[in-house]
Ligand binder design. Structure first.
Ligand code: AMP
Length: 360
């Protein structure tokens, strides 16, 4: 499969802020981008050489899109399977379809982690209401019921504290196939953003500590303040996941850090087959950002160094937070990113700000 050359076009499915930052990184390397997204208000359209605003089911639009690009990638994991199949028949698709298939489904994702000998929160499949009581008996309470598919930012989840809350919880998540997860008391949440090249090369950025509010990432801090063994275990888990999926591109593995008497250990929570919000700090703190790294990987180019020259704290600007942009522009050392979304709805990621400090 041919490597790309400057001037070639990378096709990107999805036009959110991740697609926007991927397009900017591609432009830095002399590559063009064509963004395909059904939402006319897509932040990535403003920075891509070409844009198609059409449904992911629009076969003609997909065919025209594929004809003009050298490779296809995506910035979100819910690419419909039919779209991925159609595009991968026409052009190389990275990350490969199997990575999508597994990471679109929390049950397959957890089973993959378990098959690799990696810890997860105890989980049970729930295919229908009849599975709730037996699953709860085994998982205990509190527990979390999570839809197998299409969950993000804490959506598609319901907490269950007692058996009589099980049916309402199943109702709340839309009576969809789900998993029931035991609630784990974690000391911290961390993530590893890593890349695999077409040749199998692996590069991981330093693990990051993440803080969420209302299911949405608020802040990522690097270094994560973990023992070296915990950080190494998380990176090794990410490597194993990447290899098992034959991954090409950047992905993110999220973990719970559990404090135990014998020492801390990590449990895999979620795998995102794409650049990730908890890797935005790499734009300022590394010579090669997660976005450039992804473009390099899918282009068949050598991966860059994931080394970090600074400590960093990234904060999301959610909803009206973005109104603070004038003050952030005046703050020494703050690097502001505004995604150019028209409407600042509550819970919507509108931008982020990264603050660097000397490496501790
Ligand atoms: P998720 O969509 O699975 O990443 O879940 C969103 C957030 O909910 C996580 O970042 C955690 O803060 C919390 N969470 C998810 N699963 C569990 C669990 N099994 N135990 C405790 N907290 C959880």
């Amino acid at each position: 499969m041919a490597e790309l050359a400057p001037g070639d076009t990378v096709g990107i499915l999805g036009g959110g802020q991740l697609g926007r930052m991927l397009a900017v990184a591609a432009a830095k390397l002399g590559l063009r981008t064509h963004v395909f997204c059904p939402d006319p208000d897509s932040p990535a359209f403003a920075v891509a050489a070409q844009a198609t605003c059409a449904s992911y089911e629009d076969e003609d639009a997909l065919e025209r899109f594929a004809a003009g690009v050298a490779v296809v990638t995506y910035e979100f994991e819910n690419v419909p399977a039919g779209t991925a199949a159609r595009l991968s028949a026409a052009r190389p698709l990275f990350p490969p379809s199997r990575a999508l298939e597994v990471t679109q489904d929390r049950l397959l994702e957890k089973r993959l982690a378990a098959s690799l000998g990696l810890g997860t929160a105890p989980f049970r499949p729930v295919d229908g209401v009849q599975d709730l009581a037996p699953a709860l008996r085994e998982a205990g309470t509190p527990a979390l019921l999570k839809t197998r598919r299409f969950g993000y930012d804490g959506k598609g989840q319901a907490r269950i504290d007692a058996l009589n809350e099980a049916e309402p919880a199943f109702e709340a998540i839309g009576r969809q196939p789900a998993i029931l997860e035991s609630f784990v008391t974690f000391a911290a949440e961390i993530s590893v953003v890593a890349a695999r090249g077409r040749n199998g090369a692996f590069a991981a950025y330093d693990p990051v500590r993440n803080e969420h509010a209302g299911g949405i990432l608020r802040r990522s801090t690097v270094p994560a303040g973990m023992e070296a063994e915990v950080a190494a275990a998380a990176i090794e888990a990410a490597r194993a996941i990447g290899e098992s999926l034959d991954f090409v591109g950047v992905f993110c593995a999220e973990f719970f850090v559990i404090a135990e008497r014998e020492g801390a250990r990590v449990l895999v929570n979620e795998i995102a087959p794409r650049v990730h919000n908890s890797g935005h700090w790499t734009l300022e703190a590394c010579a090669v950002s997660q976005f450039e790294q992804h473009i390099r990987a899918v282009a068949g180019w050598p991966l860059g160094s994931p080394a970090r020259h600074s400590d960093a704290v990234m904060e999301n600007l959610i909803g009206d937070d973005v109104l603070a942009w004038p003050a952030l522009l005046s703050e020494p050392g703050a690097s502001l990113h505004v995604y150019g979304k028209r409407e600042a709805r509550p819970g919507r990621k509108m931008g982020h700000v990264t603050r660097l400090s000397a490496r501790g």
